[in-house]
Ligand binder design. Sequence first.
Ligand code: NAD
Ligand code: IPM
Ligand code: MN
Length: 350
Amino acid sequence: PGPVKLAVIPGDGIGPEVVAEAVKVLDAVTAASGTVFEKTWFSLGATRFLETGDVLTAEDLASISAHDAILLGAVGGVPGDPRLKDANIERGLLLGLRFALDHYVNLRPTRVYPGVPSPLADAGDVDFVVVREGTEGPYVGNGGAIRRGTPHEVANEVSVNTAFGVERVVRFAFAQAAQRRNKLTLVHKTNVLTFAGGMWQRIVNDVAAEFPTVTVDYLHVDAATIFLVTDPARFDVIVTDNLFGDILTDLAGAISGGIGLAASGNINPDGAFPSMFEPVHGSAPDIAGQQKADPTAAILSVALLLEHLGLAEESAAVTTAVTADIALRDSRVRSTSEIGDAIARAIGAH
Ligand code: NAD
Ligand code: IPM
Ligand code: MN
């Protein structure tokens, strides 16, 4: 096979800092294995918008689409920056890519790695994956406002859930569960969101018939936050809608030892479009430019990327090096590049 064509979007804030380390590790693992990656760097995000006024042009999208996979750092300027008021980088760029490239599975694994200082005193053996729907729900932008500037302003934000969209992500989640510990938890709010929740529940019940080994469970999203803190080891695969999945996966990152450890894949399982791998966290303006960000989430996103491309050995090498690095952590604070160097060196040593 020819070289793997990789689009790299460092983005804003800590994005370029953590992507530099992720690419360092990718280079180390591919140098060892001989797989060739051909990288194209894209300057996109708040910084690019402030320079050119563009968020994501048709040419950007066409060019990115011609790659085999995408590695993204984080996008988004400093919240409240008045110059970015009309840009909405998150919607225009991040959601723009997820929607255009039909990333209907947002895969967000959580592990509490041995030796990690989790805020939970005794987390237990935590290893679950959130399958977050990526193209629908309240994220679609089907909203509107009227009577703006009056005390009677009306603002609507419609959650769009299609039977087609829910069924395909639910089927993916069942398939994941069947390859893992055979447990699937639907998280929703069926007691209040009766239309959308009812449809999610019915579709889960229907698809369950195709996966007889998988045990199905249900939690309301509020209760799910309780169990994520009190008993996270109970989860195997969680399937949920776009917004609930967003919130639960920041919580999952926190219990795993920090948001700087949480990786994700925006996946188009059909392979019609390149999938995109990125840390769960954002551009972290509060620590940007200080080499304080933990690049582990970006590095683990490379592991997900390699696995997605069928490079299982390279993926495992990255995960092994990260696991070892986490196990050896002590109270000494390391810089972003020190962490990346240590992980890259561990891979080079094998
Ligand atoms: P954030 O994830 O950027 O930061 C939340 C907190 O976590 C901050 O205190 C930050 O310092 C810390 N943090 C984040 N990543 C870290 C890392 N790798 N190591 C150590 N600490 C880390 O969320 P926010 O502050 O709500 O958002 C900041 C900007 O990022 C906003 O513009 C937001 O829209 C955007 N955002 C982008 C993405 C993305 O590109 N995928 C994701 C989330 C938020
Ligand atoms: C994430 C982020 C994005 C989301 C924002 C920045 C649009 O929070 O990737 O989790 O809500 O999906
Ligand atoms: Mn989020």
